[in-house]
Design a protein around this ligand. Structure first.
Ligand code: HJL
Ligand code: ZN
Length: 161
């Protein structure tokens, strides 16, 4: 989570966005597979999205097929829980994570998050419930909460809620 937070710090602060960082990890072998942060790739891109797109590109597969090249035991660390609704109409990150699983198996099996999404842009985020209903375990690592929230809301007005 500390490394995901380092990624989040690279994200350009914007009042209309959160600065989030993500790390794709092979938990069985303890290897970092990919990293990402909000707005890293061109366009309105999310941290988890960048992480998965970069891994797909490294393996010469379309991002929709990234599940086919992920090792067993792949997990994602993300400073903010994956989104379930995007105002831009882009595919939410919860769906991108679920898409890595073939017939509900393999792919990303666990998500470690630093904080829930503040209800600032889309109200309550149902990403966690959706992930759990597809067999993806969601775990909060509360020890990083304050730091993660400060980085996520950089560039926002004084009210950091
Ligand atoms: C996560 C990110 C990021 C958000 N959440 N987990 N990773 N930027 O990299 C969540 C926020 C969405 C809004 C706005 N942000 O991004 O709810 O404009 O950014 O489609 O839903 O939607 P757009
Ligand atoms: Zn997202």
């Amino acid at each position: 989570m500390r490394l995901a937070l380092d990624e989040a710090r690279k994200s350009p602060p914007k009042p209309s966005n959160f600065c989030v960082g993500a790390l794709l990890v092979d938990e069985e072998r303890d290897v970092i597979l990919s990293t990402g942060y909000s707005l890293e790739l061109p366009g309105n891109t999310h941290a988890e999205q960048c992480c998965l797109e970069k891994f797909a590109a490294q393996h010469n597969v379309a991002v929709e097929k990234v599940g086919e090249v992920l090792p067993l035991g792949a997990v994602i660390y993300t400073t903010m829980e994956p989104c379930n609704l995007r105002l831009s109409g882009n595919l939410p990150c919860a769906d991108r994570i679920i898409q890595t699983r073939v017939n509900g198996k393999g792919g990303i099996c666990k998500v470690y998050s630093g904080i829930k999404e503040p209800e600032k842009f889309v109200g309550e985020n149902l990403g966690r419930a959706k992930l759990e209903s597809h067999g993806v375990h969601c775990i909060y690592m509360t020890e990083f909460e304050d730091e993660v929230r400060n980085v996520a809301t950089a560039g926002h007005e004084e009210d950091n809620s």
